[in-house]
Design a protein around this ligand. Sequence first.
Ligand SMILES: [Zn+2]
Length: 472
Amino acid sequence: MLQIEPHEIQIDCPTTTRGSYAWQSILKARDVISRGAVWRVGSGESINIWRDRWLLEDHHRRIITPGPNLLVHSTVNELITEPQMVWDHSLIDSLFIPYDAEAIKHIPLSNHKHADKITWPGNMNGEYSVRSGYRFLVDEEDKSLPSSSRPDPRQSLWRSIWALKIPKKCQMFAWKASREALPTKLNLYKRHIPVDSMCEICGEIEEDAIHALWNCKQIQSFHVGKSFRSTPAVDFADLLSKVLHVGRSSDPETFIVICWALWQRRNKLRIHQEVEPINQVGSKAKCYLEEYNRENDHSNPNPQAAPATRWMPPKMLRYKINYDGAVFKETNEAGIGVIVRDSQGLVMASLTQKVLFPLSVPSIEAWAVKRSIQFALEIGITEAEFEGDSQTIVNALNAQHPSLAPFGLLLADAKELASKLQNFSFSHVKREGNRLAHALARKAHSCNSLEIWMESIPPDLEQLYLSCLNLL
Ligand SMILES: [Zn+2]
């Protein structure tokens, strides 16, 4: 993991010298970061309104409203009213077109002035990783193709490969093969590397990806997907998208693993290592895939034995407070639900509140936990177990280091508020155990802005409440 500080991006290192491979990768990563990173608004003082990337929407990171010349050096804090730390809606509406204005107003702000941070949006936790950087590059490359109104076929090919339950190395292999990026003999030949370009196995035809993995006469008998042979494929990408497009029935997993195994065998052959007979490649690949699935099958083999998750009373402290968020896409709003119960399951208080959608599900969950702690303090509770159904948020709450994610400041606020309690804990429960908080969050849709029920819940949720209580 790499935490990114602003100054790290501004360093200029010479890229002309032929450094080591590792160093070049680091330079490459830095380049990726500077193109893909996004500011998370703390105080807003370090962020230029017009030039920097600081909006939270995937395809809308920068302000598109042209900036008036006079304001070219203005920073984001000028759009924030202090000391309340809220967006200045009327100023924002007067400066920006509605598309930008809405995006700004939905960015969650902390009650406190934190430093602005450069974060990496490709990862849930805001930290840079090689894998998310790689995906960013792939996406960016796809975007740089001539634009068309249709979704890019290569992007959807990549997504389909990524979704398959096969080892990562096989996914990477399939992706490379479909981009003609394997070091096939024809590819080497084209790059003026002196090789004989004929197939390693049959020696009759030039070896490109589609030949080595599909067309070679020697492999046709045991390869899966015979139905695809009726129409010849242009290249491997064409073949693979057909196999993936047909989906389950064509068994794309086995198809790819056989291709991968063929390529491994071919590589060994190239350096004169011992290999298994070619007609065993198919069955060995299938065994390998079965083995992989057995090891990675975490689904419950015996569903009857698993007790259904349900709400449980607090374990250690006097109260348990469940919180949840809900998103109302149509109106770009969101809901927060909170319910406080004691060790017998009796309701102390419940809350439903409507807010602007902070542009991501984890952010609304973070807002919900912050609101739930605030609520506890408002009604005079001094100890509680806070329980939500987002593992991401609970992990971040229990982590030692502050989160760089867009929701990190909401969590910093939450922790700061929690420190005013005598005792507290943060735990995770599956959705079924958080049903009342969820229902309260959904209820915000039809509520004005905030509704609170002391020692009760809204009448229309009583049935649900009793059914949870019955289970105790
Ligand atoms: Zn061949």
